[in-house]
Design a binder for this molecule. Sequence first.
Ligand SMILES: *Cc1c(COP(=O)(O)O)cnc(C)c1O
Length: 526
Amino acid sequence: MYLRDNLEYSNPESRGLSWDYSQEHLTSEKQSGLKLDAFSPKLFRKNAEIVISKLEKYLADSSIRGLALTNPDVLLQTAKDLMASEGEGIADEEKLAAIIDLYIKTGIQVHSPGYMGRQFSGTIPLAGVIDLVSSIVNQPSSFYEAAQLPNVVESIMADEFNKFIGWERERFAMVTTSGGSLASLTALLAARNDKFPQIWSEGIYGLSGQSRPAIAVGDAHYSISRAAGILGIGEDQIVRLPINQKNQICIEKVRPTLEAAEKRGLKVFCLVASAGTTTMGAFDPIDELADIAQEKNIWLHVDGAHGGSLIVSDQLRHKLKGIAKADSFFLDAHKMMFVPAPCTLLFYKNKEKSYGAFRQDASYVFEKKPDIYTEFDSAEQNFECTKRPLIMNLWVLWTLYGKALFADKINYLCQLTKHAYEILNSEADFQTIHQPEANLLCFRYLPVNLRESAFPDFQVAIRNRIREGGKFFISKVDVNRSGALRVVFMNHQIDTDHFRMLLDEIRKTGQELLNESKRLNELLCI
Ligand SMILES: *Cc1c(COP(=O)(O)O)cnc(C)c1O
């Protein structure tokens, strides 16, 4: 109560409380025992300046570095030490600076050309600045009344993206969600409630005697089978559609697989296509899949977490051909549009169906008859009640730079990946696995003196040792159940020279491993 009474915006002086970091204020702090300096605008500026100068230095550092993986026990102790020094004469500013240093140092170095490991991106710095504004003004965006600009802006960005999709303006819908996994869960719920409306209230008991609901996938991200578990569909009811060499759903095998599933007592109500698989960035044939889905009354959900953003590029949009026929589609702007995580845009072809995901009555917040304000609310369409104004970072960048900021970078990264593929093809000791469709590339290092049975484990061993080396950060992935190296180019500062340096590092590391195994009489070498 004390806090409420004393922190009124209106005329703080009248209550003997100054917002200035001043003597007056300290007196009141003593009286109340509150740490009021934490609320001081002047101190805010001072702290922000400390942090911003650290970040400026961090952004300017283009050295090649991967990940300095710290022993968690050591890091735990370092963090505890920072906490324990309270009252021991270390100024808060020094402590703040030390915390920021530690935070930066122990992370993946997303802004360095040595970082090629994952789909998280180095963010466009201005997006971080706008994110700071969102953190201070704190406008949760599920309701218009709490976040007016973010809600209006969501509808603007929906229209901007729909220029590339091509739906009827009045009929489609877009909601933001905290990440792609939640976007898929939400869309799958909408699909399930559309095809099995009784489940929302009756649960799976409402299904007695019917075929079991099932979801068909290709090389889908794990969030889909997780969603199947959460929705009560059960992971066992995931129908795996055969995939081809290019990691895409094999279109000729879709009908027979769906028919076989039906014979087994399954009713596939949703087909999930990937627009950019996590493994290697492959695009499923959306156009053809949409025709089959329509014919069989199946909801088509397109997981564009990684590659959905290619829609802003005039050169690459064709990879999403047929997207207007999808029932739902999402993209992670925190991946290929380089804004802070999370920022996911989930689209529905049919606005009404977007309200079907969460059919529930919560009249204290949901207005029965929308007015001009509540029409902009998204609380009925998204899972979150309190939700960050996710769209703001993206909208500000879009407003200041237009789509070219994103399209140019995406084009560069995809082109770079093609060049990297050509380089690999010209090196006899490297094996390419696929022609890249986006900015993910899987390959293997297979020197002549390596025993064939050791191929998969060898790739994993190389990846781990390179990570320990701290210069490059790359990932590993299973392709056809066998380990492979994987790079994801998310940073436009990377060029082909960096990639050649990585290959040298892989060779050096691989030969080290082979020499060690020779000494230990292990079975890596021929
Ligand atoms: C990253 C990814 C996801 C998960 O998205 P999050 O935003 O991390 O929850 C889903 N699908 C694909 C294809 C992905 O690459």
